[in-house]
Design a protein around this ligand. Structure first.
Ligand SMILES: *[C@@H]1O[C@H](CO)[C@@H](O)[C@H](O)[C@H]1NC(C)=O
Ligand SMILES: *[C@@H]1O[C@H](CO)[C@@H](O)[C@H](O)[C@H]1NC(C)=O
Ligand SMILES: *[C@@H]1O[C@H](CO)[C@@H](O)[C@H](O)[C@H]1NC(C)=O
Ligand SMILES: *[C@@H]1O[C@H](CO)[C@@H](O)[C@H](O)[C@H]1NC(C)=O
Ligand SMILES: *[C@@H]1O[C@H](CO)[C@@H](O)[C@H](O)[C@H]1NC(C)=O
Ligand SMILES: *[C@@H]1O[C@H](CO)[C@@H](O)[C@H](O)[C@H]1NC(C)=O
Ligand SMILES: *[C@@H]1O[C@H](CO)[C@@H](O)[C@H](O)[C@H]1NC(C)=O
Length: 806
């Protein structure tokens, strides 16, 4: 009964969101004739017949309804105009496809697909999407958004899918008067991260730089702080990607057009006028490969082409004639190629304000130093760049299409023989020396810090320990903390964390703090302690709990955090009355906040941090119920070039641990994603992973989520006590994302970046694989991995046990 009403409820939602039912549409008995128009329900777009300037040719097109001059965003019969005075756009009564008939009843254009249903109608949606819908099943059979012309409007998208061999691109008109396909196309490339690319015929003509989380690089007018209205989703495992306008932000009408001359133009609507926002290519330097391999096109100088540092023109004569096509060649051979080892290693020259060359390769090195080391250590690496929002890119072989701007842009580090830098002018020596000295200093410092952690596992380190030496984090005296916490009285105890109790304290100035007292009996060593302090002092994000200070005295080790008024998420989520305070919008906000915090930990912070013990009790809530991730006790900096770490010491909470972590001790971004998936399912359902069971077979929460998703799309999975929520789509989407995150194979799970965009956009989601839990519950005995008992994976009978194997 309850399920039934939810279904009905969801259906009524559908009707509200797509209020097109019963709206004027094209069908077999009501065709669209010349002179008539069909407008979208909200009056944003209009469909009808039009003729381009000074021609008598008629085309069926879509344009912005009340904006003059008229901007046509889509054309049906691009290469075959209607030339006589009668025509109808209608639905074929024989096969249901949308067809354009002329006066002689000849088919001029059709959607080209035979549909199984003949009872169809075509309607124009408020997004500008013309769709053919089956009257019976209400399925969308065809849409103009999947058959783009030369223009993109918000919510339409470009895409590629390597496995299906498909891509969706823009193709220019032949001329302003002829909409038939012209010589230019705009597409997104399957590179990682992807780039936008205009081709002339099949040759590259212009490209953006690689996508950096919120913007395309390669536009000097947009720096790191710019958040473009576009979004990019790339699924590396499936070999697919898409580029679209963000649907979250409420921008004015806008469109992207590829002109017959091969320019990409972006316009915004400013009331009744189109404001011109971007034109690319805008400078002759922007044309692809303008200066040949290893050439650098400098926007601000003439002649525009120079060779990059350490290179000379391949042919002086051609270069003098300003024929740049053959580019430049290396002047001094790299020592790397001469002998792979030796004192005389290569050096890097840093070029600032550049658009990075094409053919980048993304490597999952963790920070700029590792990126540098990784490139230095591989002879085929000619350059690298560490770009905020992307990470480490390297280039092997030729550098093509490098442009230098006056300001902004990225820093490209170019591999050169040592003598190239030493032999030049004095200032450069100094610059070079300072650069390499600082790199050396950083390396020495890093090595020193590393050595310290490693070496200081015994007690000897305390003698050398200087309390003040961690920047941004205060050292507290033990007596201050004793006073603040009333000598760690039990009435001040907030809870028991993984590594010891947490107390509330009030400092003399009235400031509230949370004190984590690391239990000495746990044997929890100085290693974790120092790890946690150093890590957290560097990590600052609104969705992470802030470390204020620490205290250390003999055996006692304390961490002092900001105090969170609303304590932790489990207190709300699993309490029959308090749970009502976090309705779906709040829960969704919490999910998004955690994802943002996690994205920061995984991708955006200077250190790459894997949390390893993400769970509801580690999510704290501030006074506005904003989530903050706490407890980095298990977080471990990624060191070296390994993307995945193997550890002897598996520490974490059962139920939240990914199979590869629990079994093999392998942890990675993807194991945190697993925990995040579990967390999402708990937040949606309000049920504990460790307690919840249903059905005769006592199936667990993940199995329940799976069944709910299969049966209802997932929205019935929402906490039963929250029946007044009204975001069925959002809920179902979150359940699906949760299921994607808890997939058995790490490779199948989305990465954090993908999870973030799945949660914040409305693009299509991949289909999750059936969780192993759901199938295994009945025949766990057959598991042939003898080392682990079946209990580890039947989540039913577990409580909050923490394994600290060592
Ligand atoms: C066609 O659409 C008109 C309204 O646009 C509607 O009145 C009519 O019933 C529809 N005909 C069929 C066969 O669906
Ligand atoms: C267009 O449709 C109308 C109404 O169904 C019909 O009267 C007319 O003959 C049709 N014209 C053409 C060219 O098919
Ligand atoms: C659908 O029918 C029309 C005629 O009504 C025809 O021109 C068109 O080719 C058909 N499409 C397919 C895919 O069979
Ligand atoms: C139509 O012609 C006018 C004048 O010839 C010109 O300014 C305008 O840009 C043309 N419009 C299009 C879409 O070509
Ligand atoms: C959006 O449109 C309004 C008028 O409808 C205008 O005042 C405003 O400047 C526009 N915003 C932008 C960013 O163009
Ligand atoms: C420029 O140089 C290339 C290769 O060296 C040559 O093929 C081409 O003809 C030259 N172009 C011109 C305009 O001289
Ligand atoms: C060096 O880089 C190339 C190209 O990415 C790669 O194929 C090769 O395996 C790397 N070599 C080493 C030793 O990592």
């Amino acid at each position: 009964m309850r399920k039934m009403s939810m279904v009905l409820f969801a259906c009524s939602l559908l009707l509200i969101i797509f209020p097109s039912c019963g709206y004027a549409a094209i069908n077999t008995s009501s065709p669209l004739s010349i002179g008539q128009t069909l407008s979208s329900p909200g009056g944003f777009y209009e469909l009808g017949f039009f003729s381009p300037n000074n021609t008598r040719n008629l085309y069926v097109g879509i344009w912005f309804k009340e904006i003059v001059p008229r901007v046509v965003v889509w054309v049906a019969n691009r290469d075959k105009p209607v030339t006589n005075s009668a025509a109808n756009l209608t639905i074929s009564s024989s096969n249901g496809s949308l067809i354009l008939l002329d006066g002689k009843q000849d088919v001029i254009w059709s959607t080209g697909e035979a549909f199984t249903s003949t009872k169809c109608h075509a309607e124009l949606q408020d997004t500008g999407n013309l769709v053919v819908i089956d009257d019976v099943s209400r399925k969308t059979l065809w849409q103009s958004f999947e058959n783009l012309g030369d223009t993109m409007v918000p919510q339409s998208s470009l895409m590629y899918d390597l496995s299906l061999g498909k891509k969706r691109v823009l193709t220019s008109w032949k001329s302003n008067r002829d909409p038939s396909p012209g010589g230019f196309s705009l597409e997104i490339t399957p590179q990682v991260p992807l780039q936008g690319l205009i081709r002339r015929g099949s040759a590259p003509y212009w490209r953006t730089g690689p996508w950096a989380k919120t913007r395309f690089t390669g536009f000097p007018q947009f720096d790191e702080s710019y958040v473009s209205p576009f979004s990019v989703v790339q699924d590396l495992a499936a070999g697919a990607g898409s580029f679209s306008y963000s649907t979250l932000r409420n921008f004015n009408l806008s469109y992207i057009n590829l002109t017959p001359e091969g320019e990409m133009k972006i316009y915004w609507d400013q009331g009744k006028r189109w404001m011109h926002h971007v034109t690319e290519p805008e400078h002759s330097c922007d044309l692809y490969g303008a200066c040949g391999p290893f050439g650098l096109c400098v926007r601000s100088s003439t002649p525009k082409c120079i060779c990059v540092k350490g290179f000379v023109p391949k042919s002086d004569e051609e270069w003098r004639k300003r024929n740049w096509t053959s580019g430049c060649v290396r002047r001094k051979e790299l020592s790397c190629q001469a002998n792979s080892q030796g004192k005389d290693t290569d050096v890097f020259y840093h070029m600032n304000n550049v658009k990075t060359p094409d053919m980048h390769q993304f490597v999952s090195f963790l920070d700029a130093e590792m990126c540098y080391q990784g490139c230095l250590g591989n002879c085929s690496c000619t350059a690298f760049a560490y770009i905020s929002g992307i990470g480490c890119l390297v280039w092997n072989g030729k550098l093509v299409d490098t442009v230098q701007f006056l300001s902004n842009g990225e820093t490209l580090s170019l591999r050169l023989a040592r003598s190239e830098l030493a032999g030049s002018s004095r200032t450069k020596i100094i610059v070079g020396a300072i650069t390499s000295l600082s790199i050396v200093a950083i390396l020495i410092f890093t090595a020193f810090m590393f050595w310290r952690y490693r070496g200081k596992q015994n007690d000897a380190w305390k003698d050398e320990f200087e309390p003040q030496d961690i920047s941004g984090v205060n050292f507290f005296q033990m007596h201050t903390i004793r006073t603040a916490t009333d000598n760690f009285s039990s009435s001040n105890k907030l809870g028991q964390g993984g590594f010891g109790p947490v107390y509330k304290g009030i400092l003399l100035d009235g400031k509230e703090i949370a004190v984590k007292r690391l239990s000495s009996s746990s044997g929890q060593g100085t290693e974790e302690f120092m790890n946690e302090i150093t890590l957290i002092s560097k990590l600052q994000h609104r969705n992470l709990v802030r470390l204020l200070g620490y205290c250390i005295e003999r055996e006692e080790k304390l961490l002092i955090y900001e105090f969170m008024v609303n304590k932790s998420l489990d207190i709300f989520l699993f309490d029959p009355t308090l749970k009502l305070e976090i309705d779906w919008p709040k829960r969704f906000n919490i999910i998004q906040g955690i994802a943002r915090g996690l994205l920061y930990l995984h991708r955006d912070s200077r250190l790459r941090v894997i949390h390893r013990d993400l769970k509801v009790s580690n999510i704290l809530l501030d006074e506005e119920m904003n989530p903050k991730i706490s407890d980095f006790g298990l977080a471990r900096m990624f060191q070296g070039t390994q993307f995945q770490y193997s550890t002897q010491r598996v520490a974490g909470t059962l139920g939240y641990m990914s199979p590869e972590y629990a079994w093999a001790g392998l942890f990675s971004e993807k194991s945190d994603i697993y925990s995040f998936g579990v967390l999402m399912l708990e937040i949606i359902s309000g049920e504990k992973i460790s307690r919840f069971t249903f059905g005769d077979e006592r199936k667990g929460l993940v199995a329940y989520a799976w069944e709910s998703w299969c049966e209802s799309g997932g929205f019935t999975f929402l906490d039963r006590d929250l029946n007044h929520s009204c975001k069925a789509f959002e809920i179902a989407r979150c359940v699906q994302v949760g299921l994607l995150c808890v997939q058995h194979e790490a490779a199948d799970r989305p990465n954090t970046l993908q999870v973030m965009s799945m949660i914040t956009s409305t693009t299509d989601l991949p289909i999750p694989k059936q969780p192993i839990f759901a199938v295994q519950t009945q025949n766990v005995e057959t598991s042939n991995d003898g080392s682990m008992s079946k209990d580890l994976f039947s989540v039913n009978d577990l409580t909050h046990s923490v394994i600290q194997g060592r």
